[in-house]
Design a binder for this molecule. Structure first.
Ligand code: AMP
Length: 415
């Protein structure tokens, strides 16, 4: 059997793992400052959850979901995103009964059958946040500020936000705008790509974010949604913009930004890092005040974002943490193992040569691992119940009794 990895997936190890951990660690810190708690949801759910919430007509549900059937014939999907799931969890666990507002964050793998390319995988990782219960724009502001702070923490401060409002379901808001847009698109149908000709009636907003040159040209003159939303949505958006200005957030209004998923309402945004280029968003999100209702639950205003960890990892260079490992060399395996274990139990990073090669070779390995001190258990030391501690920086050497060597190292580590 010839082993190979599945297309669009990858193993993450070595420096890549360090990058992932670095970003996750910084994200945990920022989330805790804002009062967000971690939530871990399953990686598969009933297919209906995504079909109803994300929307049957979206690419994610229509073309990109990994579907499986369990042994009883039930249709399950590997999660393509986590917002629908977190909402499901809040509903099924009755979490809104415990508090008027809730904040969650998550890390984890998502699955989409997309064409793999640089920074795009079929299994990829997201960091996300969801804020439930607060209808006012300070919740929207909070998520933007979290993103800005997180990017600063990982040394990527050159970022900008794209912002739009896509209104709500009130008849004089998005539905009325959709009709205007469809009327506009019908008069330009010849110039639209095949995909957009097909979806212009069911999902006309998606035509606005089509990447086809001809569709981009046609829609340049299309009616703008932020001019067409209802008064409440307009006030929400302008209040948010004022707040962002007051917090010196760098953003631009992007009337093409609609974020493909059905559940969004009002504010939608994407965040770009100057280092990733204009094509690739590092993350995006928006308000989804109607999603609870779609699932038959009591209305809960909500807003969230998801960041692509794989893309962020391409850009970050974690600070190297100073570590001080020791390396035990010796002629007697049992004594070496004992000292190694005693060091590790005392929280000292400790290595040794499991093959017990010659002393010379053990020293070579100690050098290679960047040991701070080498603990020598040679014939002489064993006879006298001592350990020679060699400092690898200045080559100075002291002899310490075996019983007190761990204490001696701990003292040195704490200065
Ligand atoms: P979305 O909700 O689709 O906008 O995804 C949010 C973020 O997740 C994007 O801005 C990307 O950074 C990341 N992302 C989405 N799909 C993929 C993928 N297939 N591979 C890697 N990252 C992705």
């Amino acid at each position: 059997m010839k082993l190979k990895i599945v297309k669009g997936t990858r193993d993450i190890y070595g420096d890549d793992v360090a990058r992932f951990q670095y970003i996750e660690e910084k994200a945990r810190k920022v989330f805790s400052l804002y009062g967000y708690q971690e939530i871990r949801t399953p990686i598969f759910e009933s297919t209906d959850l995504f079909a109803h919430g994300v929307g049957e007509g979206t690419d994610i549900v229509g073309k990109e979901m990994y579907l499986l059937e369990d042994r009883r014939g039930r249709s399950l999907a590997l999660r393509p995103e986590a917002t629908a799931q977190v909402v499901r969890s809040v509903i099924t666990n009755n979490l809104m009964q415990q508090s008027s507002h809730l904040r969650f964050f998550y890390f984890g793998p998502m699955f989409r059958y997309e064409q793999p390319q640089k920074g795009r995988f079929r299994q990829f990782y997201q960091i996300g946040a969801e804020y439930f219960g607060v209808p006012t724009p300070d919740a929207d502001l909070e998520l933007v500020l979290i993103l800005r702070q997180l990017f600063r923490e990982i040394q990527l401060s050159e970022i900008s936000f794209h912002l739009n409002t896509i209104g709500c379901q009130a008849p004089d808001c998005r539905p009325s705008y959709k009709n205007k847009l469809i009327a506009f698109l019908e008069t330009h149908a010849d110039a639209l790509c095949e995909n957009c000709t097909r979806r212009m009636h069911d999902n006309p907003l998606r035509v606005l974010d089509c990447k086809n040159d001809s569709c981009i040209a046609v829609t340049a003159d299309a009616p703008k949604i932020h001019d067409a939303v209802c008064n409440e949505c307009r006030d929400h958006f302008s209040e948010l913009c004022h707040m962002l200005d007051a917090h010196h957030v760098r953003y631009s209004l992007n009337p093409r930004l609609v974020r493909g998923l059905d559940y969004y309402s009002r504010t939608v945004f994407e965040v770009f890092s100057d280092n990733l280029g204009a094509q690739n968003a590092a993350g995006g999100g928006g308000r989804y005040d109607g999603l609870f209702e779609i699932y038959g639950a009591k209305v809960v205003p909500a807003i969230g974002f998801a960041l692509g960890l794989d893309r962020l990892a391409l850009l970050t260079a974690p600070e190297k943490k100073e570590v001080k490992p020791v390396f035990v060399v010796g002629t007697d395996r049992a004594s070496v193992c004992k000292l190694v274990a005693a060091c590790r139990e005392a929280d000292i990073i400790c290595h040794y040569d499991p093959f017990q090669s010659s002393m010379k070779s053990q020293f070579r390995q100690a050098n290679k691992t960047g040991a701070w001190k080498v603990l020598i258990l040679g014939e002489e030391e064993l006879k006298q119940d001592l350990v020679s501690v060699k400092d690898m920086q200045d080559s100075g050497q002291v002899s310490i009794s075996r019983a007190s060597v761990v204490e001696h190292l701990k003292k040195q580590l704490s200065v």
